[in-house]
Design a protein around this ligand. Structure first.
Ligand code: C2E
Ligand code: CA
Ligand code: CA
Ligand code: CA
Length: 278
């Protein structure tokens, strides 16, 4: 995951300067982004494989920079992690996501909202109390919140991290292993993690309809989840052909542009209301 985030600029020195300049600028402006409300949370639906009903959401943060426009999370989350701003940023995302999840619940929608967790927040030792605080403030039942964590939690974090995950699990929060399949140690660590959901990375889903080996891999992850009593979510579903394969494998939960792009909360509510009419 770290390598994927790195820029590999091989062109002119100018391009390097520009990239460094942008990075420096984003790092400088980030504190204001949080303080002045330039961040926003979009939601992407997670649907049931057979009826495409919305069963869940993933909260995805964006930065609306006043001059640079929309900055994607892959660009500024690493900066926040380096500069010690990740904890306030995550607190903000958690607060917004739980408040809006509570609104949906009050509307009568029984959906679970997933929030991406930074390993740094876990390392800081305050993830569990921060989650408890936002759930209480929003009066949201803990089982409506899914925390999406990557396995680097186990590689990078101190020993207390696992204990904190157990604490969150004990509170009733749902834990999901994100980007499953991208690391090497997935299988070795899987049994140790108190997770109920396996979220298959979209790189796996991408080859499912064209590459027999890709299909075999996805099918085996679905089976693995079933054997371990975990729900499996396939992300990055873009085509009907991919959907057909996932239906044949009975992968129950799907996410991707085929069903909906990340969208503002108001648009999501309209989408849910539209489902109600049909
Ligand atoms: P992720 O957790 O793997 O999230 C899924 C990413 O795939 C999102 O990118 C989503 O917009 C994109 N995606 C969804 N469906 C499709 C599809 O059908 N095709 C393609 N090509 N892409 C699809 P996004 O929103 O740019 O987020 C990138 C990453 O940033 C996320 O990857 C997550 O790791 C991180 N992130 C996002 N929000 C937060 C946050 O609040 N906190 C932290 N710590 N990380 C976040
Ligand atoms: Ca995720
Ligand atoms: Ca992630
Ligand atoms: Ca992913």
């Amino acid at each position: 995951a770290k390598a994927a985030g790195k820029r590999c600029v091989r062109s002119s020195g100018e391009a390097v300067d520009a990239a460094v300049g942008r990075r420096t600028r984003l790092a400088r402006d980030l504190p204001a982004a949080i303080a002045e409300g330039q961040l926003r949370v979009l939601y992407q639906p997670v649907v049931g494989v057979h009826d495409r009903r919305v069963l869940g959401l993933e909260a995805l943060v964006r930065w609306e920079h006043p001059l640079l426009g929309t900055v994607p999370p892959d660009e500024f989350i690493p900066l926040a992690e380096e500069d010690g701003l990740i904890v306030p940023l995550q607190r903000w995302v958690l607060r917004v996501a739980t408040e809006q999840a509570a609104v949906l619940l009050a509307d009568g929608w029984d959906v679970q909202t997933g929030v991406n967790v930074s390993v740094r927040h876990l390392q800081a030792g305050c993830l569990a109390p921060d989650v408890a605080a936002v759930l209480a403030a929003a009066q949201l039942p803990a089982d409506k919140l899914i925390l999406e964590i990557t396995e680097s939690v186990l590689l990078d974090a101190h020993e207390g991290a696992l204990g904190d995950l157990e604490t969150l699990r004990g509170m009733g929060v749902v834990l999901s292993l994100d980007d499953f399949g991208r690391g090497w140690s997935s299988l070795a660590y899987l049994a140790r993690l108190p997770v109920q959901i396996l979220k298959m990375d979209r790189e796996f889903v991408a080859g499912i309809d064209t590459d027999p080996r890709g299909r075999a891999l996805v099918a085996s992850v679905v089976e693995l989840g079933r054997a371990l009593g975990m729900d499996v979510v396939a992300e990055g579903v873009e085509t009907e052909a991919q959907l057909a394969e996932l239906q044949a494998m009975d992968c129950r939960y799907l996410q991707g542009y085929l069903f909906g792009r990340p969208m503002p909360f108001a648009e999501l509510r309209a989408l849910l209301a539209g489902f109600d009419d049909s």
